[in-house]
Design a protein. Structure first.
Lengths: 593, 240
């Protein structure tokens, strides 16, 4: 049973570990997926930043190329000098712009502006192209261009974002600055769509706490500007936010926002890249997401799983077989042999654990039924003091030295109380009536063939008492002493048929042998058995056995028996050997019926 | 040749001169110290621009000009000067035209009034975002004028919401000891009384550096301004 228990414990622990793993494993997986999505957004943000940077350079190159146009140069030179007709110069520059860039929208251009050296607008195309003459030299891109720099900026004006690139316009001789040009590029839904296409993530543009363009449905990202604003520290230090969680309906999103450069950065202008956070993955969600493809032979280890499962079952069954079924079957077979009389007792050494205990219990029961004169409850482990009262107890101890009985001591007087329960029956009728209670009947005749006089037999094949039957009732059916416990049910002719042993077939097929009974022979056998036990016990106790002869011993037993019978009026006396104070001693037990 | 007799000085005149000298000596601190040195701005703060884009390239033909701009609005102010009195309050007019402010920096005493005239064609939305109670956001249409009084000593940055590059630095000081830095970052503040004072550097719309100085020291000061976003800058902001 030990290995079976260990196996069940291991299986239970394994199941607990498996369940724990199944419950816990999705969480790090979700965290990992979220982390990967965040990393994907980080990479997308880096890519977007590079795109903006490259884009800015392209715009600077384009506007620088425009600034090298001879007509524009001459026109702005004249405007800066104040020579020439101002309106003519205005129209000339406008027409030149239109001829160089016929379709502004296709090129993603909002407006192109030409300025003189004072920062005065000479001409515009695109937005507000009819307005000119205003001074905008304070704008940093324009001021930079008039200082000789080609640069870019991002503006947040009128609720819109504009990427701007400016360049100086040099004189024909390339020796002085005669004006400046800047180009404002569209930065709205067109840019969002282009970013989404290139980066494969959703994109939103934020300006002053509002979403001004987004690839996601309108209104979904209204909470994003506030979330981004909460990460102003990260933005100042890292130039971007960490992945921000955003719940939209039942969907969780992750967003990474980064500020636009230039003065738009001062106006809370951000571009946000948005990914979908992996759905919650607990065990039911995992199972619900399993597809038939996942369970195909190539994708699922069916064979190892089946082999493992059957191996586990096989090991468990084998251990059950080894530790439970095999010893149980063996014990049952031995009990059947015991019941059949083929063996005298079960070899309990062959059994371990509880089966060994069971075998020993069965042996003890058999021993009691075969050797004891009465019920276990009245003889086993008790002396007569316990049975008959303080004055009636009788133990018959023989000292180790001094006589053949090792210093025999006069048997203590029996003083049995006149309890009616111990009144012997008037006649040993067969079958006798069941005892009124208390004492068990004398031992039954042995079922062993002679000459095995190691146990006593009652004078008559009386049935077991109710107490004995009750004791036997606690045993399993296969080891109940029923066949020999109820001889009163046997017909008289089955007891002695010419002195031969009569076998009686019992209803379940078990056979019980009944041997003829001789009181004197049984007593002699009992005395010899006691003598043998006594000598063995003395030897075991290290006492000398010299001078101890069987004849003297038996004679002494007979004398003591007679003395006890006459003194206590009992029917017979049974002796047993025990160890007292490290020495062999005899105990006498009066038998009243 | 006649020998001229030196004029005789009368006793009452001498006494009066001594008394006046004593009174001057006891009544006013010694005006002898000069604090001078240079302000070392970080590379990113040396630009004439307040806000940078991705690129800023030279044209390759004509030398670029690096004068003026945001870096010219750097001023060194000494306050808590022993015995110093604040400059008188006055009204300073700043014209807003061409999407720029003229002048970009105003230094005056407590109680001064800043008068902003919008001479351009664009509506302005001016405020002091860091101290909104002093100058809340308010629209200034073309041709309109707005007046704001600055009572407390300190530095104020007036920004336009639509055009953040528009910056008016208003420094209200409690002493007449201040100086703007030159193109190389040098400055000199003469006529200081001996003692301790606090030196502060205003650059690019905020206080950029601060340290205690001994106005009697003859050594040149070198004040290093931390780069925006640097560790020193963050520590300073955290302390404020």
């Amino acid at each position: 049973m030990f290995l079976s228990k260990i196996w069940f414990i291991l299986i239970a622990v394994g199941c607990a570990v498996a369940v724990t793993f199944a419950m816990v494993a999705p969480r790090p997986a979700v965290q990992k997926l979220s982390g990967l999505e965040g990393q994907r957004l980080d990479r997308a943000q880096y890519a977007a930043e590079q795109m903006f940077k490259v884009d800015a350079h392209k715009w600077i190159d384009r506007v620088g190329k425009l600034g090298r146009d001879a007509i524009l140069s001459e026109s702005l030179d004249a405007a800066s000098k104040g020579s020439g007709e101002y309106n003519v110069i205005h129209r000339t520059i406008q027409e030149r712009f239109r001829s160089l860039i016929p379709d502004l929208a296709t090129g993603g251009i909002d407006e192109i502006v030409a300025l003189d050296t004072k920062g005065r607008v000479i001409a515009r195309v695109g937005n507000n192209e009819k307005e000119y003459g205003d001074y905008i030299g304070g704008i940093e891109v324009v001021a930079d261009a008039l200082r000789g720099y080609l640069s870019d900026d991002v503006w947040g004006i009128g609720g819109r974002l504009q990427r701007v690139a400016g360049a100086p316009v040099l004189s024909k001789g390339k020796d002085r600055i005669v004006g400046a040009i800047y180009v404002a590029a569209e930065t709205g839904s067109g840019l969002v769509e282009r970013l989404k296409k290139n980066l494969d993530v959703d994109v939103a543009l934020l300006l002053r706490g509002k979403v001004i363009a987004s690839s996601r449905p309108e209104g979904e990202l209204d909470a994003l500007p506030e979330l981004v604003a909460q990460h102003s520290g990260d933005i100042a230090e890292l130039k971007r936010t960490p992945a921000i969680e955003l719940t939209v309906g039942k969907q969780s999103l992750l967003a990474v926002a980064a500020p636009f450069p230039g003065q738009a950065g001062e106006q809370q202008a951000y571009y946000a890249l948005i990914g979908v956070k992996p759905a919650k993955l607990d065990l039911p969600a995992l199972i619900a997401n399993v597809s038939s493809n996942d369970l195909k032979w190539g994708n699922f280890p069916w064979i190892p799983l089946a082999v493992g499962t059957f191996a586990l079952i096989g090991i468990g069954l084998a251990l059950q077989r080894i530790e439970v079924e095999a010893p149980l079957g063996k014990l049952r077979r031995e009990l059947q042999k015991l019941a059949a009389g083929d063996i005298q007792k079960i070899d309990d050494h062959k059994y371990g654990g509880k089966y060994g205990g069971l075998a020993r219990d069965v042996n003890a029961a058999v021993e009691r039924f075969t050797h004891a004169p009465g019920a276990r409850s009245e003889m086993a482990g008790k002396d007569l003091n316990a049975i008959l009262g303080p004055s009636g107890g009788s133990t018959f101890d023989l000292p180790a030295a001094g006589s053949a009985f090792s210093g025999s001591t006069p048997a203590p007087a029996f003083a049995p109380p006149a309890a009616p329960a111990f009144a012997p029956p008037a006649a040993p009728a067969f079958p006798p009536p069941p005892p009124p209670g208390g004492f068990a009947p004398p031992p039954l005749p042995s079922f062993n063939p002679p000459p095995a006089p190691s146990f006593s037999a009652p004078p008559l094949p009386q049935p077991f008492s109710a107490g004995a039957a009750t004791a036997g009732a606690s045993l399993p059916p296969s080891i109940k002493p029923a066949p020999w416990a109820q001889p009163q049910q046997l017909p008289a002719d089955a007891i002695d048929e010419g002195g031969a042993t009569a076998d009686r077939q019992m209803p379940d097929g078990e056979a019980t042998r009944v041997v003829p009974y001789d009181q004197q022979e049984e007593e002699d056998a009992h005395f010899r058995h006691v003598f043998d036990d006594f000598v063995d016990t003395k030897r075991q106790c290290g006492e000398p056995t010299a001078g101890l002869t069987q004849a003297k011993f038996l004679q002494k037993l007979r004398d003591n028996k007679a003395a006890l019978m006459s003194k206590h009026g009992c029917k017979t006396v049974r002796f047993s050997v025990y160890v007292k104070d490290g020495k062999a001693a005899l105990r006498a037990t009066p038998i009243r019926e | 040749m006649t020998q001229r007799t030196p004029p005789r000085v009368s006793l009452p005149a001498v006494s009066a001169a001594l008394a006046a000298s004593l009174a001057l000596a006891l009544g006013t601190p010694a005006l002898a110290g000069t604090v001078k040195g240079s302000v070392k701005l970080p590379e990113t703060a040396r630009s004439t621009r307040l806000y940078q884009g991705y690129w800023r390239l030279e044209n390759g033909n004509v030398p670029v000009s690096n004068t003026g701009g945001a870096k010219a609005e750097t001023v060194v102010v000494l306050d808590k000067v022993n015995g110093a009195h604040p400059p008188p309050a006055r009204t300073v007019t700043v014209e807003m035209g061409g999407l720029d402010a003229h002048p970009r920096m105003v230094i005056s005493g407590p109680g001064s009034v800043l008068e902003i005239k919008n001479t351009g064609k664009v509506r302005l939305d001016l405020s002091t975002p860091d101290t909104a109670s002093v100058m809340p956001l308010e629209q200034l249409p073309p041709g309109a004028t707005r007046r704001v009084k600055f009572d407390a000593v300190g530095g104020y940055a007036v920004h336009d919401a639509e055009y953040p590059h528009i910056l008016i630095s208003v420094i209200i000081v409690d002493s007449p000891f201040f100086a703007t830095v030159d193109e190389k970052g040098g400055f000199s503040i003469p006529g200081l009384p001996d003692g301790k004072a606090r030196l502060r550097v205003w650059a690019r719309g905020k206080w950029a550096a601060e340290e205690e100085v001994d106005t009697g020291s003859k050594e040149d000061l070198v004040i290093k301004v931390a780069a925006p976003g640097s560790k020193d800058e963050k520590e300073k902001e955290a302390a404020e």
